[in-house]
Design a protein around this ligand. Structure first.
Ligand code: A3P
Length: 321
């Protein structure tokens, strides 16, 4: 077995799982991971939170084929993945707005490991395998769990991060819309104890930023997309060797605006069994710091202290501003 599984016995999780209808989570750790080129001294892969479904897909995940013309978007959940995917897809597809509006992002840019999260008609790994090349692949997998051949092929990858307070709030609303029945406070506390899908959050972000010799990875943040979309678009165009005229770019900015994406059925995921309107939509509020109104001062303080503890160096801490 390539992975090690540890039951979560933390009494807070055990108690809240019943009350809040949380999933049956389990911590999963890749046992050996020599293939990841990382600069963290004595690095060992962290255990990440998944469900027991993971067992079933171990092999599909590790042995998934990776091609050099793949384009990957990776992130911790709720970091602006959908927004980033739409931008990347359009930039790589000659700004084909018609196709972008006609076909769901789910089809254009399949989610590699969604079968680990919920039942799917066919395994998402199989679906991605059958996708016409060049493939566009979304993943929330931490570096230690990427398919083995990712590291020899090194396909172009965009990693997007977002500050932990926004992620916590956005993840809470997302989970409320699907299964979670607890309060914001319970959710945030469990997020800080790494008991939400894909956690630990900080390790996820830090590890992607500590990769060495991976000029196939472009790092972006939700915050820079919000503050200066044109400069992010310019970076992404350069990364993919694309260039567009000013009027074309203006159209792209408009297409990627919050208002436009919110009413765009091809990327707001309302075409599927979308989560409830008041919580779960992927394109919900789209603000830089709505956490200021949504989190209590105590939770803000706890989240800040958690970041200081989890990101010991100044360089690491900068990733979470
Ligand atoms: P909020 O819940 O804070 O509104 P992901 O795609 O990784 O699940 O991230 C979802 C978050 O990205 C949501 O944050 C969503 O509103 C935000 N988002 C999606 N499209 C956006 C856009 N065009 N502009 C700003 N934020 C956007």
């Amino acid at each position: 077995m390539s992975f090690e599984y540890t039951e979560i016995t933390d009494p807070l999780y055990v108690q809240s799982r019943e009350q809040n209808r949380e999933e049956d989570y389990i911590m999963v750790r890749r046992k050996e991971c020599k293939d990841v080129p990382i600069s963290i001294p004595n690095w060992k892969p962290s255990a990440h939170c998944f469900t027991t479904r993971f067992h079933q897909y171990e092999k599909d995940l590790l042995e998934a084929e990776v091609y050099s013309d793949d384009v990957w978007v990776a992130s911790y959940p709720k970091s602006g993945t959908t927004w980033c995917q739409e931008m990347v897809w359009l930039i790589c597809n000659n700004l084909n707005f018609n196709e972008a509006r006609a076909e769901s992002l789910r089809t254009r840019f399949p989610f590699l490991e969604v079968s680990l999260i919920h039942d799917t008609q066919i395994s998402s790994f199989e679906r991605v395998q059958k996708t016409k090349r060049p493939r566009f692949i979304k993943t929330h997998l931490p570096v230690s769990m990427l398919p083995k051949s990712y590291w020899s092929v090194k396909p172009k990858t965009v990693y997007i991060r977002r500050n932990p307070k926004s992620v916590a709030v956005s993840y809470y609303h997302h989970s409320r819309g699907i299964f979670y029945r607890g309060s914001m406070e319970s959710f945030v506390r469990s997020f800080m104890r790494d008991h939400q899908f894909y956690s630990p959050y900080h390790a996820h972000v830090i590890e992607y930023h500590a990769l060495t010799g991976c000029d196939n990875v472009l790092h972006l943040s939700y915050e820079e997309m919000k503050r200066d979309l044109p400069s992010v678009v310019s970076k992404v165009c350069q990364f993919f060797g694309k260039s567009y005229t000013e009027p074309e770019l203006q159209r792209l900015y408009e297409h990627l605006s919050f208002a436009s994406m919110k009413e765009n059925k091809a990327c707001n995921y309302e075409d599927h069994n979308a989560p409830s309107k008041d919580h779960g939509c992927f394109i919900r509020k789209g603000e830089l710091d709505s956490w200021r109104e949504e989190l209590t001062p105590d939770l803000i303080d706890l989240l800040d202290r958690w970041t200081v503890k989890s990101a010991p160096t100044d360089a690491e801490r900068k990733l979470f501003e």
